[in-house]
Design a protein around this ligand. Structure first.
Ligand code: SIN
Ligand code: FE2
Length: 211
């Protein structure tokens, strides 16, 4: 692994960076905003096109939100549970996501979607690519809060070697450019209790979904 001149930033692959502890100092305000979003667009376990219920509970904020159901994966501009627009992306979310992108060398990041994932103990996310977006020129910015996880980061094909990263409360991962379509996944969350977030891991994934 390469360390940049910023000792909290680790280059894990070409154009992919781990910003350790980047969100520390903003956890409480992030948590308040999350609770507000969940009161209006509740967390739900969506169904995959194959008919499985996801172990990760999800909501969204921003103009566009990622959903899955029997008919497939896609972005919608309203919440299928409430039939109302997704909640606006809080200014602090956008600002921190843009700051993280910039730190990693991606200027002008304009996310229009923020997927919010809640992992209970035992939940996981299988290896996949983020490719439902109409725009791969912008990076993905991913916040981790609450319980830690092991995050596998691979290459552009499923079979490529993977590195296993521990993502902890406050960490941000940014990947774009040559790594934008790299496979990644989250291993089963182990039992634990986070002082602020309890027995959960939260992940916020910011993306540019439209052109
Ligand atoms: C995702 O790939 O959508 C989630 C990643 C994570 O939970 O860290
Ligand atoms: Fe993903």
């Amino acid at each position: 692994m390469l360390f940049s001149d910023d000792e909290n930033m680790i280059e894990i692959a070409p154009d992919a960076f781990l910003l350790k502890g980047f969100l520390l100092g903003n956890s409480k305000v992030l948590l308040q905003s999350l609770n507000n979003i969940f009161s209006l667009s509740p967390l739900r376990n969506m169904e995959t096109p194959g008919g499985y219920r996801m172990s990760v509970a999800m909501s969204n904020c921003g103009e566009w939100g990622w959903v899955t159901d029997k008919t497939g994966y896609r972005y919608t501009n309203s919440d299928p549970v409430t039939n109302k627009p997704w909640q606006p992306m809080p200014g602090i979310f956008r600002q921190l996501a843009q700051d993280a992108a910039e730190r990693a060398g991606f200027l002008g990041f304009e996310p229009d979607a923020c997927l919010i994932n809640r992992y209970a103990v035992g939940a996981k996310m299988s290896l996949h690519q983020d490719k439902d977006e109409a725009n791969f020129s912008q990076p993905i910015v991913s916040f981790s809060l609450g319980l830690p996880c092991i995050f596998d980061f691979g290459g552009a094909i499923r079979e490529a070697p993977k590195i296993a990263l521990t993502l902890e409360h406050g960490d941000v991962l940014v990947w774009g450019g040559k790594s934008r379509l790299n496979y990644h996944g989250v291993r089963t969350i182990k039992a634990g209790e986070h002082p602020l977030l309890g027995p959960y891991r939260f992940n916020l994934t910011f993306r540019r979904s439209q052109k």
